[in-house]
Design a binder for this molecule. Structure first.
Ligand code: SF4
Length: 346
């Protein structure tokens, strides 16, 4: 089958019949995952600090260092969270935080080492903005920074901080944040070092359809070169409590927009094996529908989630709820690890 071009993808995004698009994406999902299994990972988001100098306009989570709500988790708090995760059969922690002006590389490497000496758990952590921040702060190349973190115990890198990989859009959403090229460079270096990462996209803010296609295209090109992305996770901007929501140009995504972008992602990213449905932002019901629009994975059980919750969106969901939702949508449910290996069927 010929690969879909940027021009054709743009046309589909703008005007294809939604159900036709969904059918094509579902067909592709079926050919990649003919066994009819939808996977999920049991993990916990641990945000070690909410202090961040970047002040992205779409973010409701960050606080200034002087804020009474600012925090840095103690090791004891963090260990307790990991113990609870393991008790619930968790296999991974998603360790991410703000760019705290007082935390340097030693903090990160000590943290990783202390986790890895105590627990058998995959540390999926430090998205590209954190990696670049550390590299800059300590005069290291991106590759050197990743190598140091990896040696200390970092296993894989989450695709956070991508938003839309178009610098025109980033200039408005997150002018202090790393540019598209830096995000891609972190991922490429990590892949070249043999690490696996995910890729994300946050849409439904001020981007144009062309920006979404550009984003998908740079992910596809990098994946052609390295093959290091395990999954793609598109999700929509959650406007609550954010600076950006005051902008008149913001067009929050509807359920239909979400399904359209999800289906197109499945079709365009023919070299990325897994597409995640985002129940955290869309709710379980739409996530079920997403399984017929190209998604084959339900993401994480998210024993704890703080970032989307800060924007006023919070769905309380247990592992049983996820299994039930997957089965009710007509699939078998299975728990997987970070690398999409199935470890338990339900
Ligand atoms: S999105 Fe990340 S980098 Fe931006 S302000 Fe929030 S915590 Fe900081």
């Amino acid at each position: 089958m010929d690969r879909i071009t940027k021009e054709r993808a743009l046309e589909y995004l703008k005007s294809a019949n939604l159900l036709d698009l969904g059918e094509a994406a579902d067909g592709m999902r079926k050919s990649l995952h003919p066994e009819g299994i939808v996977t999920f990972v049991v993990d916990r988001n641990i945000n070690y600090t909410n202090v961040c100098i970047n002040q992205c306009t779409f973010c409701a989570f960050y606080r200034d260092a002087e804020s009474p709500e600012a925090y840095v988790l103690s090791e004891d708090e963090l260990f307790k969270k990991i113990e609870e995760t393991l008790a619930l059969d968790g296999t991974q922690i998603l360790l991410q935080g703000g760019l705290h002006p007082d935390l340097g590389l030693d903090y990160y490497t000590d943290l990783l080492k202390s986790i890895k000496t105590r627990f058998e758990i995959n540390v999926h952590g430090f998205s590209p903005p954190e990696v670049c921040y550390l590299a800059k702060k300590h005069n290291l190349t991106i590759r050197e920074a990743i190598e140091i973190l990896r040696q200390a115990g970092l296993d894989s890198i989450p695709g956070g901080g991508a938003e839309i990989l178009s610098d025109r859009v980033r200039e408005v959403l997150s002018p202090k944040k790393i540019k598209s090229g830096e995000w891609l460079r972190v991922m490429e270096e990590a892949h070249r070092l043999g690490m696996r990462t995910t890729a994300t996209m946050m849409f439904g803010s001020i981007e144009e359809p062309e920006d979404i296609i550009e984003h998908l295209d740079v992910i596809r090109s990098l994946q052609d070169r390295t093959g290091g992305f395990t999954a793609f996770i598109p999700w929509s901007f959650q406007p609550g409590n954010t600076e950006l929501s005051k902008e008149s140009a913001v067009r929050p995504a509807t359920a239909i927009d979400y399904l359209r972008v999800l289906a197109l992602s499945r079709i365009y990213l023919d070299n990325v094996r897994n597409i995640q449905a985002s129940w955290v932002t869309q709710g379980l019901k739409l996530a079920q529908v997403a399984l017929r629009f190209g998604a084959n994975d339900f993401g994480s059980t998210m024993i704890e989630e703080n970032v989307v919750r800060a924007a006023g969106v919070s769905y309380s969901v247990s592992k049983e709820d996820i299994v039930h939702a997957i089965k009710a949508a007509g699939f078998d449910a299975a728990q997987r690890n970070t690398y999409y290996t199935i470890i338990r069927k339900y």
